[in-house]
Design a protein around this ligand. Structure first.
Ligand code: PGA
Length: 251
C-alpha cells in the first residue's frame, strides 16, 4: 500500500513574517490523525528553511526546498546546492517543476543531474513532469512525459527509487483553475507507472507514489485522489491557505 502524500509548493510567495504565520496556521490545522493516513510536505522558499525546520521539529511534517543546483559546489553565484539543503536540514527537494523547466531552461539532462546530486546528499526527491497545452492538443502528451521520465530518472536503481516520488503536473492546469479530469490524470499516471516498471521493475513501480498537481482544491481533491494510480497531490495556490491545504489533506 502506498501511503498518500500531499505536498504544498509555496513557490515565490510569503516573506519571512507572513510565511511564519502561515506555517503556524498549518501546524494548528493539521492534526496528528491527519498524518496517520497521509504524509504532508511543505516546500518553502530557501530563506524560510532554517526557521521552518525549527518550527516543524517533531510535527511529522516534512520540510523541503523547491530546487537545488545540479553541481556539488563551486562558482555558481546565487545558487543553492543539495549539500547546503541537507545541512539545514531539509529532507526533500522538488526537481523539474514546469516553471523551472520553462523560465530557467532546465532540461531533462540537467534535471537528471539534480536528482543524482540530491539523492547523493540524502535528500528525497519529488520529480515533476507534464505536458504543455500545445503538446496535449498535438496529441504528444504520452510521448512528452515518457521522455521526461526516461531522461530524468532512467539512471536510477531500485534503491534510489525508494527516495523518489513523481508528480504529474500538466502545465495547462497549473495556476489556471483548469484541472485535468480525474480520467485524464489517471491515464497519464498509469502510463507513468508502466514506464517506471520498464526502467526499474514491477515492485518499484507499485511502490512509487505518483502525485497529481494543477489547480487541486478541497472540492476536487477526493475525486482525483480516488483514482487507482493517483497517490496524492502537489499543491500550489491552495497550499497558501491553511484551511484549504488541510481540506485537501483530509480528502
Ligand atoms: P497550482 O500549482 O495548485 O497553483 O495549480 C501546482 C504546482 O505548480 O505545483
Amino acid at each position: 500500500m502506498r501511503k498518500r502524500l500531499v505536498a504544498g509548493n509555496w513557490k515565490m510567495n510569503t516573506d519571512m513574517n507572513s510565511g511564519y504565520l502561515l506555517l503556524k496556521d498549518l501546524l494548528s490545522e493539521i492534526k496528528e490523525d491527519d498524518l496517520k493516513s497521509c504524509d504532508v510536505h511543505v516546500y518553502a522558499p530557501f530563506t524560510h528553511l532554517k526557521v521552518f525546520h525549527n518550527s516543524l521539529n517533531g510535527s511529522g511534517i516534512v520540510l523541503g526546498a523547491q530546487n537545488c543546483h545540479h553541481k556539488d559546489s563551486g562558482a555558481y553565484t546565487g545558487e543553492v546546492s543539495a549539500e547546503m539543503l541537507a545541512s539545514v536540514p531539509v529532507q526533500s527537494v522538488l526537481v523539474g517543476h514546469s516553471e523551472r523547466r520553462e523560465y530557467c531552461n532546465e532540461t531533462n539532462e540537467i534535471l537528471a543531474e539534480k536528482v543524482t546530486v540530491a539523492l547523493r546528499n540524502g535528500l528525497d526527491v519529488i520529480y515533476c513532469f507534464g505536458e504543455t497545452l500545445e503538446q496535449r492538443e498535438g496529441g504528444d502528451h504520452f510521448a512528452v512525459v515518457e521522455t521526461q521520465i526516461k531522461n530524468g530518472l532512467g539512471h536510477l536503481n531500485a534503491e534510489d527509487w525508494s527516495k523518489v516520488t513523481i508528480a504529474y503536473e500538466p502545465v495547462w492546469a497549473i495556476g489556471t483553475g483548469k484541472t485535468a479530469s480525474a480520467e485524464q490524470a489517471q491515464e497519464i499516471h498509469k502510463h507513468a507507472r508502466t514506464l517506471i516498471k520498464q526502467i526499474a521493475n514491477e515492485t518499484v513501480a507499485n511502490n512509487t507514489r505518483i502525485l497529481y498537481g494543477g489547480s487541486v482544491k478541497p472540492g476536487n481533491a477526493s475525486e482525483l485522489f480516488g483514482m487507482a494510480d493517483i497517490d496524492g497531490g502537489l499543491i500550489g495556490g491552495a497550499a497558501l491557505d491553511a484551511n484549504s491545504f488541510a481540506g485537501i489533506i483530509r480528502a
